[in-house]
Design a protein around this ligand. Structure first.
Ligand SMILES: [Fe+2]
Length: 151
């Protein structure tokens, strides 16, 4: 199956992130172990997604859409900070819930901004060929980093 474009793949990442956040928020009280596990998956997916966007997409857009790229990088930095703070907390602390809600808001805002502005901008200033080549880079890096983490 063809990979499609880089923005197609990054939209797929967004769906994974939304699914994990919905899973976290979906049911009533859940044990700390499960909360920690969903947090771990979110941490992994967000770290990977942020890195892919910064290294592949934003680099390609930096010259022509600097404001979009700056905005997206600021959003990623906020997400990274919340993730790091959450890592220092226990899931049964109230501040963990507050942090997870803040994370959900920032990730949702990130997805909305990119899907409304940054991705359409990329699709208009880059060629189909460039977007397909970038998809190959995104897929290869994702596979390599996932592999690296298992070693
Ligand atoms: Fe994104």
């Amino acid at each position: 199956m063809p990979l499609g474009t880089a923005t197609d793949l990054l939209r797929k990442d967004h769906r994974i992130l939304r699914r994990l956040l919905a899973e976290y928020g979906g049911e009533g009280p859940r044990p700390g172990r499960e909360k920690r596990e969903i947090y771990g998956q979110l941490f992994h997916e967000l770290a990977l997604h942020g890195r892919l966007e910064r290294e592949v997409l934003y680099g390609a857009l930096a010259q022509r859409r600097p404001a979009d790229v700056r905005n997206a990088c600021r959003r990623h930095a906020r997400i990274d900070r919340i993730l790091k703070d959450l890592g220092d907390l226990e899931p049964d602390q109230r501040s963990f819930e507050t942090g997870m809600r803040a994370l959900a808001r920032e990730v949702e805002a990130h997805i909305r901004e990119e899907e409304a502005e940054t991705f359409p901008a990329a699709e208009s200033v880059l060629t189909a060929r460039q977007l397909e080549d970038m998809a190959v880079m995104v897929a290869a890096r994702r596979a390599r980093w996932n592999e690296g983490e298992k070693e």
